[in-house]
Design a binder for this molecule. Structure first.
Ligand SMILES: [Zn+2]
Length: 191
């Protein structure tokens, strides 16, 4: 279920309440994890953030903390291995420089090949690993931006909760994996 939360005043984002149990599996709450969005405005010359505290049980919180296993790690390791495989052939076939300034040319070209191929294949491998991790991490895991795009992303995610800030529309969109929690959340916050 996708829930839109209007933020009429970006300088004063609403504080949201959650049911007092794990937002992913519904078990008793052990701790809270945070989602945070930069509202893109300033108040008293300080950047305004909307912070959302999400209740989690220990198991789900631990899963969230280990999410790098299916995001960052496959990207880096996969990318590095494939990049390394093309590095050596690229180094061998790259034209050699003839002047002292261009002597390093094969290394520069092979390095570029390493980076480009590494990023492309790292991203592909990460996407595949994510699909296979759905049974463990839930289907919202595929909603998370791929590592390479995460720096430009306006989303923030936790196990079972995917959130996106759309500044033009002045809304935060929350998506829950657990429909029951989503319904309760709507009721508590009068949405
Ligand atoms: Zn849980």
């Amino acid at each position: 279920m996708l829930i839109s939360i209007p933020i009429p005043d970006l300088k004063n984002p609403p504080s949201l309440k959650f049911p007092e149990r794990c937002a992913n599996c519904g078990k008793p709450k052990d701790e809270t994890l945070g989602l945070s969005f930069d509202m893109g405005v300033q108040k008293k010359s300080e950047q305004v953030f909307m912070k959302i505290s999400v209740p989690m049980c220990k198991t789900c919180a631990d899963k969230e903390r280990s999410i790098a296993k299916v995001t960052l790690i496959p990207f880096v390791v996969g990318g590095f291995i494939v990049g390394a495989i093309v590095f050596l052939p690229a180094l061998l076939i790259a034209p050699e420089g003839t002047t002292p300034q261009t002597l390093n040319l094969p290394f520069v070209l092979a390095g570029c090949a390493f980076l480009i191929v590494g990023i492309i294949f790292g991203t592909i491998i990460e996407a595949i690993v994510k699909i296979f991790s759905i049974p463990v991490y839930g289907k919202l895991v595929t909603k998370r931006p791929l590592t390479i795009f995460s720096f430009f992303s306006n989303t923030d995610d936790l196990i079972g909760v995917s959130a996106k800030f759309v500044k033009d529309k002045k809304v935060v969109e929350l998506q829950f994996e657990n429909e029951e929690i989503a319904k309760e959340f709507k009721t508590i916050n009068n949405l």
